[in-house]
Design a protein around this ligand. Structure first.
Ligand SMILES: *Cc1c(COP(=O)(O)O)cnc(C)c1O
Ligand code: SF4
Length: 339
């Protein structure tokens, strides 16, 4: 008799890393050797939107630096509790765009599936921080109502798995969903919108790569990194694994005050992404979501910034500056300022 190996009974290590994410502000501050003055505001803001950050991502932050660009993206601040005019709960009109069953369709040829409400990290600026996932996820009834909508609409060429983060789903559920998607004859492409290869690169393990490689549709993965410091060796390995499956890799970033709003930040991000096999795609202006006003970079400053970046990088590494305006037929492209 061959005894079962212990590893076959344990959950994959990425699931343990996901469960062990830091959610207590006191612990985050202690790990980063930051003083107690941050604690009370962090606790207050975490009651509105919980703190959540994987330990591997924290390991890339500088100790003792409250202005670290990675920390700034995840540390709850007192400013989040202030109401600011114009900053609202559903800034991009997601609730109006729902085609039902957790499917959002705003643009021709593409449908977006809210596969789950879960994320590995809670980004403080997230436009979905108030989204009612419990009611809107496509995962109910094992995705069948969502799949039915996709089957019925032959104009849909590309399905985007989003969330939340689709890679928080296990391999078995993802594999079953992907298998049923590729049976839909009019679908040509499947795209993942995920931050896990960046914040929890353990997720891109042999089990996932086997599931993903089996997909015969054209594969696109759009990751989300905002600063070059987010990309370390485990992230590079995860991205290389994805590239090995014939996937086109793109990045979308959000322009954030005190995170990536200097030309040097965006130049370093573009260079570092490309060295890891990823092309910069969108640079989003902040969506005016309640609690995130302190991250805003005004449009004029953003256009000047991108002009500066364009003067320093090859054209293919200059991200497209976009804003999402509810009701428009695509993301709205903003031109770099003339210099
Ligand atoms: C942003 C978005 C997309 C993707 O737009 P692309 O320009 O193709 O990247 C698709 N559907 C919804 C609902 C979106 O918000
Ligand atoms: S990973 Fe994406 S969806 Fe999740 S909190 Fe961050 S920005 Fe929002």
């Amino acid at each position: 008799m061959i005894p079962a190996s212990p590893s076959s009974r344990q959950p994959p290590s990425w699931q343990r890393a996901l469960q062990q994410a830091i959610s207590d502000p006191a612990e985050l501050l202690a790990v980063l050797q930051l003083g107690p003055q941050w604690l009370e505001p962090a606790r207050a803001a975490a009651r509105l939107f919980p703190l959540r950050v994987p330990r591997g991502f924290v390991a890339r932050m500088r100790r003792g630096d409250p202005r670290d660009p990675l920390l700034t993206q995840v540390l709850p601040l007192g400013a989040e509790c202030d109401a600011v005019p114009g900053y609202v709960h559903d800034p991009v009109g997601d609730l109006a765009a729902r085609a039902g069953a957790g499917v959002l369709q705003k643009y021709h040829g593409r449908a977006l599936l809210i596969t789950t409400g879960a994320c590995a990290v809670n980004c403080r600026y997230c436009f979905r921080r108030h989204f009612p996932y419990a009611e809107e996820s496509a995962s109910r009834a094992d995705f069948e109502p969502a799949l039915e909508l996709l089957r019925a609409d032959a104009t849909v060429r590309e399905v985007i798995l989003s969330g939340g983060d689709p890679l928080t789903l296990g391999d078995r559920r993802l594999g079953a969903l992907l298998a049923r998607l590729q049976e839909i004859p009019h679908l040509r492409r499947v795209r993942l919108h995920t931050r896990l290869p960046i914040v929890l690169p353990e997720r891109i393990d042999p089990g996932f790569l086997a599931v993903w490689s089996a997909v015969r549709l054209q594969k696109v993965v759009v990751v989300h990194a905002n600063h070059a410091n987010e990309i370390d060796d485990p992230v590079r390995d995860a991205l290389a694994g994805l590239r090995g499956t014939g996937t086109t890799l793109l990045n979308q970033a959000v322009l954030l005050r005190d995170v990536n709003d200097r030309p040097d930040d965006l130049v370093a991000l573009g260079e570092t992404l490309f060295a890891a096999g990823v092309l910069p795609f969108y640079l989003h202006l902040l969506d005016p979501v309640a609690g995130a006003a302190h991250f805003d970079v005004p449009e004029d400053a953003a256009r000047s910034l991108v002009a500066e970046v364009a003067a320093r990088l090859p054209g293919y590494l200059v991200p497209r500056l976009v804003r999402e305006i509810p009701g428009e037929a695509s993301k709205t492209m903003l031109q770099p300022a003339s210099r």
